[in-house]
Design a protein around this ligand. Structure first.
Ligand SMILES: CC(C)(COP(=O)(O)OP(=O)(O)OC[C@H]1O[C@@H](n2cnc3c(N)ncnc32)[C@H](O)[C@@H]1OP(=O)(O)O)[C@@H](O)C(=O)NCCC(=O)NCCS
Length: 181
């Protein structure tokens, strides 16, 4: 990765660039494997500007934005959330990595690794001991990325994508030790 990558915490002022990125990356990731009505319903209900403003204002959430060079539009983002849990997550001081998305042009360049590294650093510095996440069972690329980063499947839950009840795998990894793949 030759251009400089900058990762920083998002503020309310980032809502408009974030909503564009969130919709674009969600559609790019899941659009080809799902019916458009379900994708449209999810985008409308979960990725609206008003919804993102509420999420940004909620102290339980931290959004990290990734920029390349001096660009104003981020190429990736992550959302970490405290206080959420899943039945399979039995550990002290957990934090959820609820979203991790890069736009298509940024994938496969080591930027996902930088963003994951920053997520783990944030989790550690805010006193958490374990990171957990849910990932669609058919998202092979993300599953292999998370496995490379030491996440292990500990259970499953249902993710509602419009009218489709999908199986998400719950993965978890301790934060202690080296924050690397
Ligand atoms: C999950 C995700 C963030 C991971 O990011 P990624 O770019 O795929 O992963 P990495 O940053 O580890 O990059 C991996 C590739 O970059 C290469 N790479 C690693 N470091 C590099 C560097 N410094 N310079 C150039 N290339 C590098 C690796 O060799 C690897 O290439 P390969 O895939 O051809 O083997 C990304 O795939 C993504 O956004 N996917 C769509 C959204 C999604 O599914 N999110 C998860 C929802 S649960």
């Amino acid at each position: 990765m030759s251009s400089q990558v900058c990762i920083r915490v998002a503020t309310l002022a980032d809502a408009e660039v974030l909503v564009v990125l969130a919709e674009q990356t969600f559609r790019a990731t899941f659009g080809k494997d799902n019916v458009s009505e379900n994708i449209d319903a999810y985008v409308r209900d979960a990725l609206s500007l008003g919804g993102l403003l509420d999420e940004l204002a909620d102290g339980a959430n931290t959004f990290l934005l990734t920029f390349i060079g001096a660009a104003k539009q981020p190429v990736g983002y992550a959302k970490l959330r405290t206080g959420s849990t899943a039945a399979a997550v039995e550990c002290s001081a957990p934090i959820e990595l609820q979203r991790l998305y890069l736009d298509d042009g940024a994938i496969g360049r080591g930027i996902g690794a930088m963003l994951m590294g920053q997520c783990l650093e944030h989790a550690q510095s805010s006193g958490h001991q374990t990171v957990w996440l849910g990932v669609w069972e058919n998202n092979a690329r993300a599953l292999s990325f998370y496995r490379r980063w030491g996440f292990e499947v500990v259970g499953e839950h249902v993710f509602q994508l419009g009218a489709d009840s999908q199986r998400d795998l719950i993965m978890m990894r301790p934060i202690a030790g080296a924050l690397t793949e």
